[in-house]
Write a protein that binds this ligand. Structure first.
Ligand code: HAM
Length: 420
């Protein structure tokens, strides 16, 4: 007896496959996002799946969870530290500097990407170890209008996907100078409760105290309740900036909330930081943030001290967007029209083949059903597989005609091939 072994391979925990309808939905979502990015003059970029580890240490920050706990890293055969990219902003900045784009572009540079990212987090609904991010980065973004446009784009994405019930949180974390003053007072305040902080926060107290504001630990959150707020440390220009942004949102009738403890989980931000989350808890579970972003005016200079370029951007998790906009996507994703071309019998198979080619050249989406099945079975299958139309090729072909069956309207007519 032959011993047949069953298939036992599995995908890695926290990753997912897309196929059939889910594959089409993903494509629909990605195309819609690309279209919106293009409306705002963002151009596509692509960068490698792996980069040198030090790029993220330098940009995202050594004491962040992303770099400290979540990166997939390994040594290559020559002993160099490599990571699977956990986010796209650092790679975009590397791409810009390495390709000298700032030398040749004095005006703004606007890029978007749709890329898989990797973070070793505990998988749960809306949180994966491999996920897809749609990100936009606006470089040479000196004007407050860049802030407006970035927020406007994020808002129109949510609007287009009919996610109306969202919550926008904003904060300004000011300049480096402002933060220095703030950190002094935060340190004073936290010194008094240091012993009660979680182990993680104790480490952060020594190494990067602002990160404590990011804590998910309930006891830490309680201890932070009366901590000084960075917003009270902003200088006049920083305050004006935040005010302008608030006024912009008010004029657009967008609800928002200032969250004085919002610092985001990455170290490169200054001034404006923001997050859009789902307001009702149903579809995303505890992972409610769909879009996160902010300004990062010092990042280019951190990587290359001969360069300066202010910048702002955001990224959204595609899986979270899909969970959140599930109903809208289900109703709208299938915008392609599909035809099944079916010969009545083998006698007409050549003509059916030629008609299929003819229609594909006219940009129609054709499934030529040449399988060895009875005609009725093929028809039934076309209905079951959600085709929009069936083209029946039979005796009418001698007059250059076919029968066009509209499956949804449950109607059919004889028409000449040129009219298709
Ligand atoms: P982030 O907040 O780390 O920011 O990620 C942005 C978005 O990616 C999140 O709001 C979420 O939707 C999605 N995301 C993050 N981690 C996961 C995960 N494990 N599973 C599923 N989705 C996830 C950044 O990455 C910055 N680079 C954003 C940015 C661009 N800031 C300026 N420009």
């Amino acid at each position: 007896m032959i011993n047949m072994k069953k298939f036992t391979y599995q995908k890695i925990k926290g990753t997912r496959d897309y196929y059939l309808e889910e594959g089409l939905k993903l494509k629909f979502v990605e195309e819609k996002l690309e279209k919106l990015a293009t409306n705002y003059f963002f151009k596509p970029i692509k960068f490698p799946v792996f980069e040198y580890k030090n790029l993220f240490q330098k940009t995202v920050g050594k004491e962040t969870d992303i770099v400290n706990k979540e990166m997939y890293h390994f040594l290559d055969r020559k002993g160099r530290g490599i990571v699977l990219r956990p986010e796209g902003t650092a790679s975009t900045m590397r791409l810009i500097l390495e390709n000298k784009l700032l030398d040749t572009n004095k005006n703004d540079l606007r890029f978007y990407y749709l890329e898989n990212m990797f973070r070793y987090e505990r998988p749960q609904k809306g949180r994966q170890r491999e996920f897809i991010q749609f990100g936009v980065e606006f470089i040479n973004a000196d004007s407050i209008y860049a802030d407006y446009e970035i927020l406007d784009l994020a808002i129109s994405i949510l609007k287009q996907f009919k996610i109306n019930n969202y919550c926008l949180e904003l904060n300004s974390i000011g300049s480096l100078e402002t933060r220095k003053n703030y950190i002094k007072d935060l340190k004073k305040y936290l010194t008094k409760v240091k012993d009660q902080l979680s182990i993680d926060s104790k480490v952060r107290f020594e190494k990067n105290i602002l990160r404590i504001l990011d804590t998910k630990n309930q006891n830490d959150i309680l201890l932070l309740k009366d901590a000084p707020k960075i917003i009270d440390y902003l200088d006049q220009k920083e305050k004006d900036n935040l005010n302008n942004i608030e006024n912009h949102l008010k004029a657009k009738k967008i609800n928002y909330k200032i969250n004085p403890f919002l610092v985001r989980g990455l170290d490169y931000y200054n001034d404006l930081v923001f997050e859009f989350s789902e307001a009702d808890k149903n579809s995303l579970g505890t992972q409610k943030t769909i879009i996160g972003g902010g300004r990062y005016d010092y990042l280019i200079n951190d990587l290359d001290q001969t360069k300066n370029a202010k910048a702002i951007g955001f990224a959204l998790g595609i899986e979270r967007l899909i969970l959140s906009a599930r109903d809208y996507i289900d109703r709208n994703y299938q915008k392609n029209i599909y035809y099944s071309v079916i010969p009545v019998s083998n006698q007409y198979i050549k003509e059916a083949y030629q008609i299929s080619e003819f229609l594909r050249n006219k940009d129609k989406n054709i499934y030529f059903n040449f399988n060895e099945q009875k005609f009725n079975k093929k028809l039934l299958q076309a209905v079951k597989s959600n085709f929009d139309f069936v083209i029946i090729v039979g005796k009418e072909i001698k007059n250059n005609k076919i029968i066009l069956k509209d499956i949804r309207a449950k109607s059919e007519k004889e028409i000449s091939i040129d009219k298709l």
